[in-house]
Design a protein around this ligand. Structure first.
Ligand code: SAH
Length: 367
């Protein structure tokens, strides 16, 4: 049995201070409370929620069953268009990539992936990232700020509106865009509860996956959330030296600490964990690394997702050869580890990890 260490408060990185917060940051309960606070009936909150997520209106004025004065007051206090679409690219395989401009001028990206089992959206949780992984494009400019919950929710609403054109729906979400979601924990959890709500977008918890680089104190908190969402951890190495080189966060939370928190998570939830393991040529991609990995995770109910490294111009990692990928996979399977290789999508539109945003800001500075 693993005992949880004392709760650790981490100061949250700064949130934006807009005069008008995003209306999409409010849960259904908060909308009800707002209605009551403003002297309206509680059910008005449910009506707003329905306008936002079922009818997906663009302006408060379209919320026709609300009193006009209430609509005006809402419009004077809350924002409904926190994301402006700057670029919308579509790949031959149906993948769509959106670059959105936030109200303070920063840009973020969101990707829609088409699978035979449905449409999946990869959302961003921070403007930039401060985790500093040595292979990742998202961290190159550092962290500017956290997104407020409504800015994360709006990414889904915007993409759902694009899918409304063809009568499709967002059926799953991966919280794997730019940023470290566990460094914006409270807003991320708010986001999940809004999009999951069955009076709204109704995206099932089992269709939502969050991925962390391993912010251990938040893994303990996450283990205690009463929600059935899928959990992925970017591991990338079973050896502390290799992992620290790839992911400096390993200095703060090394593999032992990480494993303890994951055992605690499993003890509490009995849910399977997904490990992301990027294959970096000559760094962590040999059969001995696969054996070390299987030894490390043998007591966990888990799955390994192998990610052949995406080329990032500023980073000089090389791709593992097809033969070596196959051998790595075989070695894991022989050791009894359940593993697959991640399929790539949208390579013709820079859909990998922070590439569009990186390119865009480079072009902006070159102008
Ligand atoms: N910050 C979170 C969410 C990002 S998820 C996390 O670290 O888990 C995106 C996944 O893609 C992570 O596993 C990340 O390590 C991986 N990744 C980032 N850049 C990559 C690259 N150039 N090649 C392969 N995988 C990459």
């Amino acid at each position: 049995m693993i005992e949880r260490p004392p709760k650790k408060e981490i100061k949250n990185f700064k949130l934006p201070e807009f005069d008008q917060p995003s209306i999409y940051s409010l849960s259904q309960e908060e909308l009800r409370a707002l209605a009551v606070e403003w002297g309206e009936a509680e059910y008005r909150g449910d009506q707003i929620f329905e306008w936002l997520y079922v009818h997906r209106v663009n302006q408060f004025d379209e919320m026709l069953n609300l009193p006009k004065s209430f609509r005006e007051k809402l419009a004077g206090s809350y924002n409904m268009d926190s994301l402006e679409t700057v670029v919308r690219q579509e790949s031959k395989d149906g993948t769509m990539k959106f670059l959105f401009r936030l109200r303070d001028g920063y840009t973020i990206e969101t990707v829609l992936m088409r699978h035979d089992y449905g449409n999946s959206v990869c959302v961003t949780t921070q403007v930039g990232c401060r985790i500093g992984c040595s292979f990742c494009a998202s961290t190159l400019g550092g962290l500017k700020r956290n997104l407020e919950a409504g800015e994360i929710v709006s990414q889904i609403v915007q993409i759902q509106k694009a899918l409304d054109e063809t009568d499709e729906r967002v059926s799953s979400i991966v919280i794997m865009g730019i940023g470290e979601p566990f460094e914006n924990y409270n807003q991320m959890m708010k986001f999940i509860r809004v999009v999951n709500h069955d009076d709204g977008l109704n995206i099932g918890a089992r269709h939502i996956t969050v991925s962390t680089s391993g912010i251990v104190p938040r893994i303990y908190d996450f283990a205690e959330e009463d929600i059935q969402i899928n959990f992925a951890v970017s591991l990338h190495a079973a050896d502390n030296d290799i992992r620290t080189n790839l992911m400096p966060i390993n200095k703060a939370y090394d593999i032992d600490k990480l494993m303890d928190s994951l055992k605690y998570y499993q003890q509490k939830t009995n849910r399977r964990i997904s490990f992301e393991y990027g294959l970096f040529g000559g760094v962590n991609d040999q059969p001995e690394h696969a054996r070390e990995l299987s030894e490390l995770i043998k007591d966990l109910k888990c799955h390994v997702n192998l990610i052949p490294v995406n080329h990032v111009p500023e980073r000089n990692y090389v791709r593992t050869t097809r033969d070596d990928i196959f051998e790595f996979l075989e070695t894991l399977n022989e050791c009894g580890v359940n593993a697959t290789v991640r399929r790539e999508q949208g390579t013709d539109i820079d859909a990998a990890c922070g590439q569009l945003r990186a390119k865009e800001s480079k072009e902006e500075t070159e102008e």
